[in-house]
Write a protein that binds this ligand. Structure first.
Ligand code: ZN
Length: 394
């Protein structure tokens, strides 16, 4: 029996009258194709992919067989942009291949081979690569990668606008890594979520971060604590935040003082305040600047924001999107010459680095918030070699 049900080749009402064909002939050729298919899995996958396509065509009023290149472009673009049901590029390629295969079996020209369909696919691939949004997992970013990204961002910032962007991006990189946060946690961060607290048991000051969705009064608040950096000020997450929050504070205070003035005057006031801050700040960035009071500004003000065309941070209530975080990390990693990294690379990378440095599962789980050791151990690249670490008594 044929493994290709005739239904998957499109029902007659989906086909324009002029395109009606001999289904007996088609089914015979489908059966021949099925017999020579590489595996049952391929057949099943193509059948499913074809059903998905014909269902979409029915829903949206498109003809599935023969499909026009425009139909293919619409279908692929909608699938690629559907953030609720993210699809890997490899899956999109399977869907395309299934459509091509069914047209081939029906003796029709392959609409996915049309130049416009090819161009659209190339565009989807390129956009995904640039924004770091491909679902293929980006390589982890360990300490040496983070250092390259931070050093390059700092060294390349020659104009004041580039310095503003570098301060934001360095803070973003260091917080994502040092606090092992998800992109959604990082973008939700406000000034009020941070506090410097004393840990009496070890007599040490710690930076406490409240995690989003756990505000006091709505269930038990969840916090994560980090000490200040043990290296220099450039690689200290506290210092990175302090330098960036100083920019936000200068900008937001100027906006507050200029309230009621025209949009242009407001924007000028903010720009002048930020430039003045950067000119005044002549300290060595390798010296820690995270002592004293640096958590300033309105509690509800977002920390990670996009920048205006003029190079200054947007208003306090406009947080970056998770997609922008990935784009920033990806751009900074490429500039540092280490290839593509995503927002997840930093969170995964700190777990890998901790295991490399001898951390226990419990320690990795406590920082990154994994609920079970198996989730944490995915990032332990030397797990197999660890079998040598225990003595068997021989
Ligand atoms: Zn510091």
């Amino acid at each position: 029996m044929s493994r290709w049900p005739s239904a998957v080749c499109g029902s007659p009402e989906m086909i324009a009258d002029s395109d009606r064909m001999d289904f007996d002939d088609l089914d015979a050729r489908v059966a021949a194709y099925a017999a020579s298919a590489d595996s049952n899995n391929t057949v099943r996958t193509y059948i499913w992919a074809w059903k998905r396509f014909t269902a979409w065509c029915e829903r949206t009023g498109h003809v599935s067989l023969p499909a026009s290149p425009q139909t293919i472009n619409r279908y692929m673009t909608q699938a690629a942009d559907d953030s609720d049901n993210p699809v890997a590029s490899s899956t999109l390629e399977v869907w395309r291949a299934a459509i091509a295969c069914m047209h081939g079996q029906a003796g029709l020209a392959d609409p996915t081979a049309d130049p416009s369909a090819r161009r659209t696919r190339r565009g989807i691939r390129k956009t995904r690569a640039v924004s770091g949004e491909t679902l293929l997992r980006a390589p982890v970013a360990v300490l040496s990668d983070v250092q390259s990204m931070v050093e390059t961002a700092h060294a390349d910032a020659r104009t004041w606008r580039a310095q503003v962007a570098a301060r934001r991006d360095i803070a973003l990189i260091l917080v994502s890594y040092d606090f092992a946060r998800r992109r959604s946690d990082t973008v939700a961060l406000t000034i009020g979520d941070l506090a410097v607290v004393e840990d009496d048991t070890v007599n040490e000051r710690l930076l406490r971060m409240r995690l989003p969705g756990n505000s006091i009064g709505h269930g038990r608040a969840q916090f994560i604590y980090r000490p200040r950096g043990s290296r220099d000020g450039l690689m200290c997450s506290w210092c990175g935040l302090a330098r960036w929050i100083a920019v936000l504070y200068a900008c937001d205070s100027a906006a507050e003082a200029a309230r009621g003035r025209s949009g242009e005057a407001l924007s000028d006031a903010r720009s002048v305040a930020v430039q003045r801050l950067l000119r005044r700040d002549t300290g060595d960035p390798r010296e820690h600047c995270c002592g004293g009071t640096w958590l300033v500004g309105r509690a509800a003000a977002s920390i990670f924001r996009s920048l205006s065309h003029g190079g200054i941070p947007h208003a306090p209530e406009t947080a970056l999107s998770g997609r922008s975080v990935s784009a920033i990390i990806n751009a900074r990693s490429r500039e540092a010459g280490i290839g593509r990294r995503s927002g997840h690379s930093l969170r995964a990378g700190v777990s890998t680095q901790m295991y490399d440095d001898g951390a226990t599962d419990e320690q990795v789980m406590a920082l990154a918030g994994y609920r079970n050791p198996a989730s944490a151990q995915r990032y332990d690249r030397r797990r197999a070699q660890r079998s040598a670490a225990s003595s068997t008594g021989l």
